[in-house]
Design a protein around this ligand. Structure first.
Ligand code: NI
Length: 179
């Protein structure tokens, strides 16, 4: 397994739609393992392949590991990889969660999304699966699927706040001092 670089704002790749994965093979499984290692190292609870500059429809998540880590409890990893994920249903009930993104470091904002979803995907063996997701996992799956469509969590906040964040990252990329 190898850690890879995470791209950040304002990299234009983050705004592109990712292409479907055509084959679940050893090469893809290596990419999944690299994504997980990169995510755990960051640390984060989810990562989309496009964040490693690979615009393919592939996401990884682990919402349990981080929680158990923070609580000082036993740390057991529970990685989930979804190839070509497709959200089938979204509940009317919503939940609010303070989100962050490894491609927008050190910025957090509350985002409201459907509280429960079902998602269909291929697992790392290429088997078709369906999962009902609630709580934090529902939020993370929706955040990561958004990445595959070039959408970022800052798209859900006010335009004023979003413009401010983007400006900060554009300046930082140019090497300017950010106040
Ligand atoms: Ni993200």
């Amino acid at each position: 397994m190898a850690k890879r670089n995470i791209i950040t704002l304002p990299d234009p790749l983050l705004r592109r739609s990712s292409a479907p994965v055509e084959r679940v093979d050893d090469e893809l499984r290596t990419l999944i393992d690299d994504m997980l290692e990169t995510m755990y190292d960051a640390p984060g609870v989810g990562l989309a392949a496009v964040q490693l500059a690979i615009p393919r429809r592939l996401i990884v998540m682990d919402v349990k590991y981080r929680n158990s880590d923070e609580e000082g409890g036993e740390v057991a990893r529970a990685p989930i990889a979804m190839v070509n994920p497709e959200i089938l249903t979204r509940s009317e009930e919503m939940r609010v969660h303070e989100e962050g993104c490894l491609s927008i470091p050190e910025f957090y904002a509350e985002v409201e999304r459907p509280a429960n979803i079902t998602v269909r995907y291929l697992d790392r063996e290429g088997k078709q699966c369906e999962m009902a997701c609630g709580d934090v996992l529902a939020t993370v799956v929706q955040h990561e699927v958004d990445h595959l469509n070039g959408k970022l969590f800052i798209d859900y906040i006010s335009r004023l706040k979003r413009d401010r964040v983007i400006k900060k990252f554009v300046k930082a990329a140019k090497g300017e001092v950010v106040a």
